[in-house]
Every structure is written in structure tokens, then in C-alpha cells.
Design a protein around this ligand. Structure first.
Ligand code: FMN
Length: 376
């Protein structure tokens, strides 16, 4: 299947505009999601081997999840586990439907395995996404893996009203999400990143805490929905420390590290680097791993970490586990490597667990163990 993607599917996709290729793929996966037989067939090809991990009461069949931004409107929810994913992050969803930035707004850097995007939270809005989720529940398409919702601020919402918008989103999705990711780190919504400042994030998390208490009281039979915060890789270490300190005062379970970067290489190999937006993929890998290592060490492992940024190979995935991530996500890797990437990553991680003589993956989290070749 890997050769099939690289030789047949990818050349066709890469001939078209990146956003068109993305929309085309999503439409196919949406259709696929409505057909249980086709889903089962896909599963036989793409199923990942089991590598279970338990994170604060949630069971993940494997640690590789779909990153935010790929399925903003939950159109293909049933399809992702059939492609091997151990969990799915939907969104970013904003309360209000919005078109996002003018096109073109997504660019590939094929020789560097990078992507630049300035989508600007284009999405159908919270109510439409709730309807889509209801539909999947009704038609039996709800996946068996954990589902997270990535929450963003609408462009029309002033920064000072952001806490209310995040709280409203928690309210809307309480019945549907297994956990929430508070996205205050996208570079493509003006001023959004200011919400990572200590005082601003404190206000956002206080509003969310209140809403969580209300939702727990209103739905006593449902499990609680943990809150994670997604950070950007351009924060300095003191800024990260300040953010972590605030997270520690609220009921934040973990950090998603990282979102895309506004950084650019000093000697760019491609003129596309001059595009405005967030850079993801291989050029982000190292910085994202540094942020993970910092958060893991400074929080002494207390904050759980979902590691995301430039994972293209099992070696990259192992690096993030060693830095302190207990779960991983991919976006750009899927663009360049295709859907067999998930299987490949899970198999590679399993192999490392075996070669190091560990009983489970969580024994490797934060240990910085080397990536062993078979013969080592
Ligand atoms: C086209 C595109 C859209 C994205 N949209 C979102 C989003 O809505 N919310 C979010 O938190 N991250 C979003 N991201 C960031 C990814 O979730 C991820 O953090 C980042 O791409 C790094 O991972 P990668 O190197 O595997 O792509 C987006 C990324 C891309 C490429």
C-alpha cells in the first residue's frame, strides 16, 4: 500500500493545489465513512498493531493520533480509526462559522517535507459540527478510539471575550468529546497567541473550569472531559514556564506541543518559505521536540504531553516519546508519506519497546532512550 500511495495517489494529489487535494481526500473519506463494509476493508489494509496506552483513565489502542486541522468539520470521523489512528482530534472549531483567510492559503515544501498554512480557522461552526457528530452517533459510525475537540476563537470575537467563547464551546461539545484541546497557539488568527500570556490564559482556563463544573453537574453519568492546552513552538522557555505555572493552578491535564511555527530557516531552499503562515512538517521537528523536553522536565512529568511536529518516521516518533510525550499526532507526515505512516510509526515504536526490553511504551516516556537498529 505504501508503494501504491507513493507511485499512484501522491503524484495525482501533488499535481493539484494543496487545499484542493485536501478537500478531495476529505470528500472521499466522508463517503467511505458512510459505508461500514468499505471501512472494514480499509481496516484490513491499514490496521495498526496494538500498542495500548492508558492516559488518565482514557484507553488508547495505540499512541498515534490525527492532528487538528485535517478534519475541521468532523466529516470523516469514522474513517480515521480505519486508517489505524489510535485517537482523533477534530477541529479547530470556532463557535461561529467562518470562511477563513483568502485562498491560496496552504503551500507544500516538497524537498523539505514541510507545509505552510494560513487557513485561519475555516470551519462550519460549533452547531454544524455538533449536528455532524450527532449524525455519526445515530448511524453507528462513532469510533471506538478517543475523540478530542480542538477549540478556537472566532475571528469576530474580541480577545477579551475569548474566555466566554471557549466556555461556550466546552458546553456545546461536552456530550461528544472525550477531551478538549484549548487552541491558543494558531498563528493565523490575529492576536490569538496573546492568549498564551499568564493573565490571559488564566482568564480562559477560569471560564472553562466554571463550565466544566456546570457540565459535570448537568451530566452526572458522563465521565469528565479533561482539558489540554496547545502551545506554539515560538514561545521562549520563561514564557513556557509562566504558562505551565498557570496550567498547574487549573485542572489542565496536559499540553499539546506544538502548533505550527512562524520561524523560517536562515537560508531557505525554497521561495515558498516567504509565504506568511505557520510552518509544519520536518522543519518543525527539532523545535517541537525541544519544547516537549522542556515541559516534561520542568513539570517533572506531571503535565502529560501530546507530541506533534514533524513526525515522518518511527525514529522521529521515538524521539518525541523520549523527550516526554506519551501520545503523538501527525498531520504533514500524512501529506508526504500517505496513510500507511500510522502503521509504520506504531510498528516502529513497538519494535523499540521490544528492543529495549520494556514492558510497555509508557516506560520509555521522557527517558531519552536511543533509537536502536535491529542488529544493535
Ligand atoms: C493545513 C493545516 C491546518 C491546521 N489547522 C489547525 C487547527 O485548526 N488547530 C490546531 O490546533 N492546529 C492546526 N494545525 C497544526 C497541526 O495540528 C500540527 O500541530 C502541526 O501541523 C504540526 O504537526 P505536523 O508537523 O505533523 O504537521 C494545522 C496544520 C496544518 C498543516
Amino acid at each position: 500500500m505504501t508503494a501504491f500511495y507513493r507511485h499512484f495517489v501522491k503524484p495525482i494529489l501533488f499535481q493539484s493545489d494543496p487545499e484542493m487535494a485536501h478537500d478531495w481526500t476529505l470528500r472521499i473519506l466522508h463517503k467511505l465513512s458512510q459505508n461500514a463494509h468499505l471501512l472494514a476493508t480499509f481496516e484490513t489494509f491499514y490496521q495498526a498493531s496494538p500498542l495500548p496506552i492508558q492516559v488518565e483513565g482514557l484507553h488508547f489502542p495505540n499512541p498515534v493520533g490525527l492532528a487538528a486541522g485535517m478534519d475541521k468539520n468532523a466529516k470523516a470521523l469514522p474513517a480515521w480509526p480505519s486508517l489505524g489512528f489510535g485517537f482523533v482530534e477534530l477541529g479547530g472549531v470556532t463557535y461561529h462559522a467562518q470562511p477563513g483567510n483568502p485562498k491560496p492559503r496552504m503551500f507544500r515544501l516538497p524537498s523539505d517535507l514541510g507545509v505552510i498554512n494560513r487557513m485561519g480557522f475555516n470551519n462550519n461552526g460549533a452547531l454544524a459540527t455538533v449536528q455532524q457528530l450527532e449524525e455519526w452517533k445515530k448511524t453507528g459510525g462513532w469510533p471506538k478510539v478517543p475523540v478530542a475537540l480542538n477549540l478556537g476563537k472566532s475571528k469576530i470575537t474580541p480577545l477579551e471575550s475569548a474566555p466566554e467563547e471557549y466556555a461556550k464551546l466546552v458546553h456545546c461539545f461536552w456530550r461528544w468529546a472525550d477531551f478538549f484541546i484549548v487552541n491558543v497557539s494558531s498563528p493565523n488568527t490575529p492576536e490569538l497567541r496573546k492568549l498564551q500570556g499568564a493573565q490571559a490564559i488564566d482568564h480562559v482556563l477560569s471560564a472553562i473550569d466554571e463550565e466544566v463544573t456546570a457540565c459535570r453537574a448537568a451530566h452526572p453519568t458522563l465521565p469528565t472531559r479533561p482539558i489540554w492546552v496547545k502551545v506554539d513552538p515560538d514561545l521562549s522557555n520563561p514564557e513556557l514556564d509562566a504558562l505551565m505555572e498557570v496550567c498547574g493552578r487549573h485542572s489542565v491535564q496536559g499540553i499539546v506541543a506544538t502548533n505550527t511555527t512562524t520561524w523560517r530557516p536562515q537560508h531557505p531552499s525554497d521561495s515558498t518559505y516567504s509565504q506568511t503562515g505557520g510552518l509544519s512538517g520536518a522543519p518543525l521537528r527539532e523545535r517541537s521536540s525541544e519544547v516537549i523536553r522542556w515541559i516534561h522536565q520542568r513539570s517533572q512529568g506531571k503535565l502529560k504531553i501530546i507530541g506533534v511536529g514533524g513526525i515522518m518516521t518511527a525514529r522521529d516518533a521515538w524521539e518525541k516519546i523520549g523527550a516526554g510525550a506519551c501520545l503523538l499526532q501527525v498531520y504533514s507526515g500524512l501529506v508526504f508519506k500517505g496513510p500507511t505512516l500510522v502503521q509504520e510509526l506504531v510498528a516502529g515504536l513497538s519494535n523499540q519497546v521490544c528492543l529495549h526490553g520494556l514492558k510497555s511504551l509508557d516506560q520509555a516516556v521522557g527517558k531519552g532512550l536511543p533509537f536502536l537498529a535491529e542488529e544493535d
